[in-house]
Design a protein around this ligand. Structure first.
Ligand code: KIV
Ligand code: ZN
Length: 387
């Protein structure tokens, strides 16, 4: 029989926002991504270093390799809690228990569309399965989190009943999944309040998908409405358009709302790079915080501003998330930026040389060319050589 790992802080609702990272479970459901147990271990260690509260390591009932990955992560003795997904059936709960996790994440769909077409089950039967799986998991002494899959398209009165009954059956955490990303921030806030009324005293969580690009806004709204936990993935990877991006939701809550999210922001970039390298899914260049361009400046006006005072065009310093700013030469570049870039390479130029170099950079930019650092150096050399 498993029991909750000694040394875990008890769950509390004292203002701390819990981060439930599901990179290794929902994130791994990104089309084309499959992580080996060794890769799961490497990412889990990094997530633990980053400071997330819960690492959902996988879905042990889904394959032998998945079981092994979860078992290996559970046995690392991390500071973070380790969780595993289980459908609302005892066999899945047994697999998660055998993998040695601290928390079992039991779920069942509650919307009529899922009940009718996917599960082919009545509401009553789904409720009975959920209650049975939760009380069975709880009887083994682990933490239990329950998700009502497709909660945001579930009849609210049925959702209220489900949450109230699984709470009575022993669920410690009640999670509201926006499975197909159709919720709005207002709707998520309403559902958090509904869940609070249905199950007072329990930890409430939100799990938001990004089909309409609202996953981060919805997660933040859920927390502001009183949820104490949100689910997210590094770089926002996950099924279809992905899950809420952990780095964005965490830093919005920390820096724009002053919440205690308990992670080390300076490790965000290295965590993002590790996940990108092991999954092969790289964030687009304009992705907030972790995209290649997030701290790059091209326009001469911006570069001039940043050189005078970085906060003119940087909402946070790049070092906060473990990055460095950079300037790009292109048709929008100005002399201040080009001069600063050259200085980084130890090249000092006089006014006339700088004027010629900027003119050549803009000429290339106007031809639709990207001016790389190597191009800039070549231009500088030719101008300096010519003079
Ligand atoms: O999106 C979803 O509904 C899920 C559940 C398993 C929580 O990932
Ligand atoms: Zn999901």
């Amino acid at each position: 029989m498993n029991s909750v790992r000694s040394g875990l802080d008890p769950l509390s609702s004292d203002g701390k926002v819990y981060i439930f990272d599901t990179t290794l479970r929902d994130g791994e459901q990104t089309p084309g991504v499959a992580l080996t147990p060794d890769e799961k271990v490497e990412i889990a260690r990094q997530l633990d270093k980053l400071g997330v509260d819960v690492i959902e390591a996988g879905f042990p009932a889904s394959s032998e390799g998945e079981f092994e990955g979860v078992r290996r992560v559970s046995s690392l003795g991390l500071r973070s809690r380790v969780a595993a997904l289980a459908r609302s059936v005892r066999g899945d709960v047994d697999r998660a228990l055998a993998a040695g996790v601290d928390r079992i994440h039991v779920f069942i769909a509650t919307s009529d569309v899922h009940l009718q077409y996917k599960l082919k089950m009545s509401r009553e039967d789904a409720l009975a399965s959920a209650v049975d799986a939760v009380s069975y998991a709880k009887s083994h002494g682990v933490e239990v989190e329950f998700s009502a899959e497709d909660a945001t398209r579930t009849d609210p009165e049925f959702l209220r009943t489900v949450f109230s009954e699984v709470a009575a059956a022993g669920a410690d955490v009640l999670d509201i999944p926006d499975t197909v990303g159709v919720a709005t921030p207002e709707r998520i806030a309403d559902l958090v309040r509904l869940t609070r009324e249905a199950a007072p005293g329990k930890i409430i969580s939100v799990h938001c998908h990004d089909d309409f690009g609202l996953a981060v806004a919805n997660s933040v709204s859920g927390i502001l409405a009183g949820a104490q936990q949100f689910h997210a993935t590094i770089n926002g990877i996950g099924e279809r358009a992905g899950n809420a991006s952990l780095e964005e939701a965490a830093l919005v809550l920390k820096f724009l709302y002053g919440k205690n999210v308990g992670i080390k922001p300076e490790l965000i970039y290295e965590t993002s790079r590790l996940v990108a390298r092991l999954t092969g899914i790289y964030p687009p260049p304009n992705k907030a915080l972790v995209g290649d361009n997030a701290f790059g400046h091209e326009s001469g006006i911006h570069v001039h501003g940043v050189l005078e005072m970085p906060s003119t065009y940087e909402p946070i310093s790049p070092e906060v998330v473990g990055r460095k700013r950079f300037f790009v030469a292109g048709k929008h570049a100005g002399s201040h930026g080009i001069e600063a870039m050259l200085r980084e390479y130890g090249i000092d130029v006089n006014e006339e040389q700088l004027r010629q170099i900027v003119r050549e950079v803009k000429r290339l930019g106007d031809m639709g060319k990207t001016v790389t650092d190597a191009d800039l150096l070549a231009i500088a050399r030719s101008v300096l050589g010519r003079l």
